[in-house]
Design a binder for this molecule. Structure first.
Ligand SMILES: NC(=O)c1ccc[n+]([C@@H]2O[C@H](COP(=O)([O-])OP(=O)(O)OC[C@H]3O[C@@H](n4cnc5c(N)ncnc54)[C@H](O)[C@@H]3O)[C@@H](O)[C@H]2O)c1
Length: 331
């Protein structure tokens, strides 16, 4: 059975992907530098990290180390001898990448090149899976956007993720490294610590504070529950049909923030909403991604619409994010 190395595997998507591989019988090693991107640290940050360690990562080998440190990388690759590498490690937030562009460059591009430089000299790694982003498309010109659409990123994050794709392909062609590129979008679910929109909505809902809806370019998103993405990444990593291919892996439907609010009202009947003008005009106009290629070639079949993913996420927060959901903590 293949051995899988997951860089950034202790992060939100990485830890769910680790569990998915382990549950399917694969031996997994994780390399992670344990970065913190959003301050101040909330109490539930540690609750989420504890859950990852105790439940999602418990049967994987965990190494603290950075893709920017070539010794860390070479040692884990030579020692663990993975057949496949899934490369998540990167600064994952578009708004942070604008302010921290050098860190974004290091995390997204230098780390990727460091890995590819090691792989060019090895012959036992049968697949390099680069986790990209739907931000490489920029404004979606056609909805649902297919993998072949024009790539015209609008910001630093999307530009660097696209540059990482190009470097992956160039090394792959030059040195015969089989690769797969995966483009997720708007992922949500248990243990996210990066305070994306659904997490912020739930924090405020539990605190009985009004949700803030920012009306911007990206008010329609292809919200993807993290378990669907983890399953899709496993299929893309293992499938022979995925070799040297690119895949959108999302739920495949565009939903508005108002749809999210409507579902949340079933669980928080007194929910209040405030409209806020969005000053961040760099965000591209988005919508659904076309996932027909992943369905056809990988047998990918997402199972978690918002109506199913949100209740499971709420239930998780009630059980494990007690610092925010316990009624005596609510303001
Ligand atoms: N969450 C989303 O909606 C989304 C959408 C599209 C793409 N992605 C991509 O998925 C990947 C994971 O994102 P996430 O949401 O799980 O973020 P995350 O912050 O939870 O996870 C990223 C992990 O990578 C680690 N890391 C960062 N730089 C590293 C380095 N140089 N060496 C080793 N480890 C490093 C961090 O410590 C963290 O654990 C990223 O590549 C991101 O660009 C995420």
């Amino acid at each position: 059975m293949a051995k899988i190395l997951i860089t950034g595997g202790a992060g939100f998507v990485g830890s769910h992907t680790t569990k998915d591989f382990v549950d399917h019988g694969y031996e997994v090693a994780v390399l992670d530098a344990f970065h913190i991107y959003v301050l101040p640290i909330q109490e539930w940050f540690l609750e989420n990290m504890n859950y990852r360690f105790q439940y999602l990562l418990k049967d994987a080998r965990i190494e603290r180390g950075s893709t920017l440190n070539k010794d860390d990388l070479r040692r884990i690759i030579v020692d663990f001898r993975p057949n496949r590498i899934v490369h998540f490690a990167a600064l994952p937030l578009a708004n942070v990448a604008v302010r921290k562009s050098e860190e974004a460059f290091q995390g997204i591009l230098q780390g990727t090149v460091n890995l590819l430089e090691i792989l060019r000299d090895l012959d036992f790694v049968e697949r390099f899976v680069y986790i990209s982003s739907s931000m490489v498309y920029g404004d979606f010109e056609k909805v649902p956007v297919p993998e072949s659409a024009r790539k015209s990123p609008k910001d630093i994050y999307g530009g660097m993720k696209l540059a990482g794709e190009i470097l992956t392909k160039v090394y792959a062609q030059r040195y015969g490294i089989p690769y797969t590129i995966v483009r997720p979008s708007a992922v949500y679910g248990p243990t996210d610590n990066n305070r994306r929109v659904i997490q912020l909505f739930l924090e405020r809902a539990f605190r009985k504070q009004p949700l803030q809806i920012r009306r911007g370019n990206d008010s329609r998103l292809d919200f993807t529950y993290v378990k669907d993405l983890a399953m899709g990444i496993r299929l893309a990593t293992l499938s022979p049909q995925a070799e040297n291919q690119e895949f959108n892996i999302t739920y495949g439907e565009s939903r508005t923030l108002d749809d999210v609010v409507q579902i949340l009202r079933h669980y928080f009947p007194d929910l209040q909403v405030q409209e806020v003008q969005d000053p961040e005009t760099f965000r591209p106009r988005r919508g659904a991604l076309d996932i027909s290629k992943a369905k056809r070639l990988l047998g990918y079949s997402p199972q978690w619409p918002l109506e199913r993913g949100l209740p499971e996420y709420i239930d998780f927060m009630q059980r494990y994010n007690v610092s925010i959901t316990r009624s005596d903590n609510l303001s």
